[in-house]
Design a binder for this molecule. Sequence first.
Ligand SMILES: [Zn+2]
Length: 451
Amino acid sequence: MISKNRSALRGCYVTFRDNPFRVPAQSALVVEEDGLILMENGRITQCGPYAELAHLLQDDIPVTHYPNCIISAGLIDAHVHYPQLSAIASWGQQLLPWLEEYIFPTEARFADPAVARAAARIFMTELLRNGTTTAAVYCTVHRQSVDAFFEESQRVGTRMIAGKVLMDRNAPANLRDTAAQGYDDSLNLIRRWHGKGRQLYAVTPRFAITSTQEQLEQAGALLDQFPDVFMQTHLSENTDEIAEVARLFPDCTSYLDVYDKAGLVRRRSVFGHGIHLDEEALHRCHAAGSTLAHCPTSNLFLGSGFFPLAATQSPDRPVHVALATDIGAGTTLSMLGTMAEAYKVSLAAGKERLHPAQAFWLATAGAAQALDLEDRIGTIAPGMEADLCVLDPYATPLLAYRTARCDSIEAQLFPLMILGDDRCIRATWVAGHEVHRNHSLPISRDSLDGQ
Ligand SMILES: [Zn+2]
């Protein structure tokens, strides 16, 4: 009889033993060229060289072999709006008019639970097709949009962070709550979902423009009451937005100070963007252990600016950074595509070369550390939750042509992130179960020899 809860993957895998922003990439990265990953009841129990661990394979453990692939911990997207997926690629605006023209009308439709459930299903399918197994997700102002998303995540078994958007001003009437209603809805949703299965709640004020001081303070009160709950919001994305926040909060010394006065700057606080932060704000994020979610495709799409990644990693006050797509302003759900844009933005922002190991770190182990989940996700190691994605560096003719000229696995990572997308995700595993498989035929590596 086949054991339902035990399985194994064989193939090359990569993971991290250290932070490649602090130690040389080759010391931080672990590459196991012919590895075996044993999984049981949703967790990794053993991993290492196949030759050393093969004797642990009993007849009842099914082994899936991925030759010519690279297995990674499941990818993590630290900032994404599931209700905005249908508004991706909307033309011609910067942040504030883009919200009014495209996003608010799209989010208003989520008052209907059927709309929310259908969107959650499509969004989850797309995440898994892209190898993303954990995301920090904004729902809409409607509490049913949160139920729909977490129900979908429960069905699949993914570890997700999500929350109801709080918005009590400067938004259409059909998208506003009140400070009291937002508090009550969030409280009920925390009780219903936080810690249920693998689901985690984030108190989610959209940003300072759409919340009153009172609502931000209520959000802070929720975090005092539930200290292990997350907080997510937007910060210093666009210069018009920053000017409007300064106008609305004349008593605050900076945009970050608006959140700080409300008690929202803390560990497990995830600030989307943070492009235009001064030294004082970066120090404050460092001291609080807060995270900046770097969303390069979104920042390019809306013309918001270049995130100064290298500056955030200054050794005297490194700030947690995680990569993110920020759909629907982002232009792809692929974390590979997001790494490619992060590389380009890093060069443009400060002439800094983002190493491919650093890019993968920001979407796996580094993101898990930023989200305070490093004891559960983000690396391939015994005891970790068995969320994995199987990357195929031969997935497209051009990528295969380029990969065939790489002399090591490490060398394959850069063309994989620059040229890769959802076609490169051969399979996605969640809690030890395969939840996505790419059915297109692999390109034969033999056919590339001699070209
Ligand atoms: Zn966003």
